[in-house]
Design a protein around this ligand. Structure first.
Ligand SMILES: [Zn+2]
Length: 206
């Protein structure tokens, strides 16, 4: 038997197994976070013990099931497990779910890569106060197709300016009818797309 047919046989014997788990931050994940999404020396605003490491399966933009990683506040871990399981069951397309640490802790780089993520200890872009992401209480979904339009009219990521025109229809657009939006609202989150003074169509927070 060739190697290829042996591999195919394995794939058929072991079909994709979706995973939805939450655990305390494992040491190897903490090592990735320190000095990146989490301050090297820690911070009084959020303790690592209050964060959870999630593994979440999803369907990518090619309709292929994948399993990603997310760090969130323990207070919303159960919500996220339920929301992302529902999205998986509906085969809702998500580009990727990776830790922002895979992008050097850069929110801009993560957004540009259209990456769905949650925890990042950082201020609101262009401001000094902490974002809800700094507490692991906010999730950004498919951020490239659903950019952030701040009060000053600046679009983040700037490359996604065409997607700030919400009168257009296009794939992966989050609006009120969107399943992801409905699930987050049903779990008591607020949606950045309904803010009055800025629009953050990718953003759900509790
Ligand atoms: Zn956000």
């Amino acid at each position: 038997m060739s190697l290829l047919s042996a591999l195919l046989g394995c794939l058929l014997m072991f079909p994709f197994q979706p995973v939805f788990t939450a655990e305390r931050i494992p040491p190897q994940v903490e090592a990735r976070m320190r000095g990146s999404s989490y301050p090297e020396e820690g911070t009084p605003e959020i303790r690592l013990e209050d964060l959870r490491y999630l593994r979440l399966s999803y369907y990518d933009f090619n309709g292929v099931p994948q399993t990603g990683e997310m760090v969130c506040n323990a207070a919303i871990a159960q919500d996220l497990l339920e929301i992302f399981r529902s999205l998986y069951e509906a085969q809702y397309p998500i580009r990727s779910i990776r830790l922002v640490d895979d992008f050097g802790g850069s929110d801009d780089a993560s957004m540009l890569a259209d990456n769905t993520s949650c925890f990042n200890f950082r201020p609101v872009p262009g401001q000094r106060h902490l974002s809800r992401h700094a507490l692991g209480m906010a999730v950004d979904v498919n951020p490239y197709e659903n950019p952030y339009l701040d009060r000053a009219g600046v679009i983040r990521p700037p490359e996604a300016a065409a997607y700030a025109d919400r009168s257009r229809d296009f794939p992966h657009k989050i609006d009120r009818q969107d399943l992801c939006c409905r699930l987050f609202l049903a779990h008591g989150f607020t949606w950045g797309g309904s803010w009055a003074h800025s629009k953050d169509w990718q953003h759900f927070q509790k």
